[in-house]
Ligand binder design. Structure first.
Ligand SMILES: [Zn+2]
Length: 140
C-alpha cells in the first residue's frame, strides 16, 4: 500500500482517481463518498487487479486528505497479477491533478487599472497624481 497527503476534498480526490482510471481505459467498479475501486485491464503478465483508493481527511493539514492506494489480485488463487506499478501510477496521477488544480495555481495578473508608487511601492489607481501613502508626485 502507498499513501500520501494531497490537497482537496474527498470527492475531488476520488474524481481525480476516476480520471486517472479513465485515461488508462480502466473501469471504476465501485465508488462511495470515501472509497473507489478500479479494475485494471488484464495484460501479458497479469490477469488484472483491483486497485482500491481510500481517502480520509488529514487532521494535521486542513483542506487536505490522506490518500491510501492498495492493490489486490483479481484472482486470489493466482496471486501473480499484482504489481506495485498500478498503485504508483494511480497515486502519481492523483497527485498531479490535485496539485494542478489546488492552491498552488498562479495568482491572477495584476489589474490593469492600478500602478505602484516608485518611491514606496504603494498600490494606487492608474490616474492618481500623488501617492496616497507617501505623497510622492506620480508621473503618467
Ligand atoms: Zn508612495
Amino acid at each position: 500500500m502507498q499513501a500520501d497527503s494531497l490537497p482537496g476534498k474527498p470527492a475531488d480526490l476520488l474524481s481525480a482517481a476516476a480520471k486517472v482510471a479513465a485515461a488508462r481505459g480502466w473501469r471504476v467498479r465501485d465508488k462511495s463518498s470515501r472509497r473507489l475501486e478500479i479494475n485494471t485491464n488484464p495484460t501479458m503478465g497479469s490477469l488484472g487487479e483491483t486497485v482500491k483508493v481510500i481517502v480520509e481527511n488529514d487532521p494535521s493539514v486542513p483542506g487536505s486528505c490522506i490518500v491510501k492506494v492498495s492493490s489486490t489480485a483479481r484472482f486470489q488463487a493466482l496471486d501473480f497479477g499484482r504489481t506495485g506499478d498500478n498503485v504508483s501510477a494511480v497515486l502519481a496521477g492523483m497527485r498531479e491533478i490535485a496539485n494542478g488544480s489546488g492552491p498552488s495555481a498562479p495568482p491572477p495578473p495584476a489589474q490593469a487599472d492600478a500602478k505602484f508608487c516608485a518611491n514606496c511601492g504603494a498600490r494606487m489607481s492608474r490616474n492618481a497624481a500623488y501617492c496616497p501613502s507617501c505623497g510622492e508626485a506620480q508621473g503618467g
